[in-house]
Design a protein. Structure first.
Length: 416
């Protein structure tokens, strides 16, 4: 439908883009004149638009029977060429592009201008992530004459809304449909409705529902824009809110995935002195209580203690009977004093805190506490040191290796 040239405005001394609009060869007579009139009128309407995502129209003139449009020169590549040459784009990058194009359409619709040919090749991708919409209303004919006498559709059939493909009037919702098809192409890498012929393409637009495989978070938005009925189609305001929501969550765990960091585990060691650092106690994990022992064992332990007590009493009575001349005192109490420790040792309740050493009277004999399996040994520190930010040391579990102990091959370890 036209060719774009790079030119120089000698009056303002700036580079511009000049687009030559070529009249379709299918048109003849009055239709060619109508095409020129329509082009001039809509170019002037687009020239009133002032938006950062709309290519500015500087001038329009006629030369050799062809309309010419003087436009802002935007060093860029079209979205269509980027996808065809480099492949589909990530969903959130497409969301940024889509939001800018949507804002351009809203500004144009507010001014009473319809685009009617939103497609990837009319979206320019400039520097610093800028997306610009070009060719407002200058590539199509009157709404009432979308089809030529030969049945060929003027424009880009694969991105035309169903109501327009059926011969209906263009409306703002039609531009939104084309935006949805453009976003589909950008994120999926293929046109949603392009087929081998124009008629097959129009049939796909009217009846097919293209699958969304790579759209990700954009899938609900694109599906809402591609609804066949314009009355049920997602509105521009709703699309804007959803695109902002997608972009606002770009750095959230939903986008980057959950991040896990290794947390050092501090294991309590029996026999530590009472003056252990408070930080180590705070950092140590809370021990999980062991499953309570069955009551049968406790009953058996109590029964054993009763038998021991009975034997002790019998022995004390026999001893007192056989030695009446010895000084009397409290032999029964002296012999039975360790009884609470015997009962405690048999029950062996789980120890959840480091026991505090106690001094027992020398005159009493106590049963050794079998709950302690670690000999008292003062550790250099209760908290393992974490490797510094620049350290090459990797965190690993301690499997009992020691720098001064021989390794598994019998060789002495090296001192660090």
């Amino acid at each position: 439908m036209g060719a774009v040239w790079r030119a120089r405005d000698e009056v303002l001394e700036r580079d511009v883009a000049v687009k030559e609009l070529i009249t379709p060869p299918e048109l003849a007579g009055p239709e060619q004149e109508m095409f020129a009139v329509r082009t001039f009128r809509e170019a002037r309407a687009a020239g009133r638009l002032n938006h950062p995502s709309i290519v500015t129209v500087y001038d329009v003139f006629e030369d050799a029977g062809h309309p010419w449009i003087v436009l802002e020169l935007v060093p860029s590549r079209t979205l269509g060429s980027v996808v065809r040459e480099d492949g589909a784009l990530p969903p959130r990058q497409v969301a940024k592009i889509g939001l800018q194009v949507l804002n351009a359409l809203r500004a144009a619709h507010h001014a009473g201008v319809l685009h009617r040919d939103v497609k990837p090749d009319n979206v320019l991708l400039g520097a610093y992530g800028r997306a610009v919409l070009t060719d407002f209303g200058i590539a199509t004919l009157d709404d009432e004459s979308q089809l030529t006498r030969t049945g060929a559709l003027i424009g880009t059939p694969a991105f035309i809304a169903p109501e327009r493909a059926a011969g209906g009037l263009a409306m703002p919702a039609s531009d939104l449909w084309s935006l949805g098809a453009t976003l589909y192409f950008a994120v999926e890498g293929v046109s949603p409705f392009h087929r081998n012929s124009v008629l097959a393409t129009l049939g796909a637009i009217m009846f097919d529902h293209p699958p969304l495989r790579a759209a990700g978070v954009l899938a609900p938005i694109i599906a809402g824009l591609l609804r066949k009925d314009p009355a049920l189609r997602m509105t521009a305001g709703e699309v804007e809110l959803r695109l902002h929501s997608v972009l606002s969550h770009a750095d959230s765990p939903l986008d980057a995935g959950p991040r896990t960091e290794a947390t050092p585990t501090i294991t309590a060691v029996g026999g530590l002195p009472d003056a252990a650092p408070a930080a180590a106690a705070a950092a140590a994990p809370v021990p999980v209580p062991a499953r309570p022992r069955p009551p049968v064992r406790r009953v058996a332990a109590l029964a054993t203690a009763a038998v021991v007590l009975s034997g002790l009493v019998t022995g004390v009575v026999a001893y007192a009977t056989a030695h009446p001349a010895r000084p009397t005192g409290s032999p029964l109490l002296a012999a039975a004093a360790p009884l609470p420790e015997v009962t405690t040792s048999v029950a062996r309740q789980p120890v959840t805190h480091t026991p505090t050493p106690t001094h027992k009277p020398a005159s009493r004999r106590s049963v050794p506490d079998t709950s302690r399996h670690v000999s008292p040994r003062k550790e250099s520190s209760g908290t393992p040191r974490k490797p510094g930010p620049g350290s090459k040391t990797k965190a690993h579990k301690d499997h009992g290796n020691h720098p001064n102990k021989p390794d598994k091959h019998g060789k002495p370890g090296k001192k660090k």
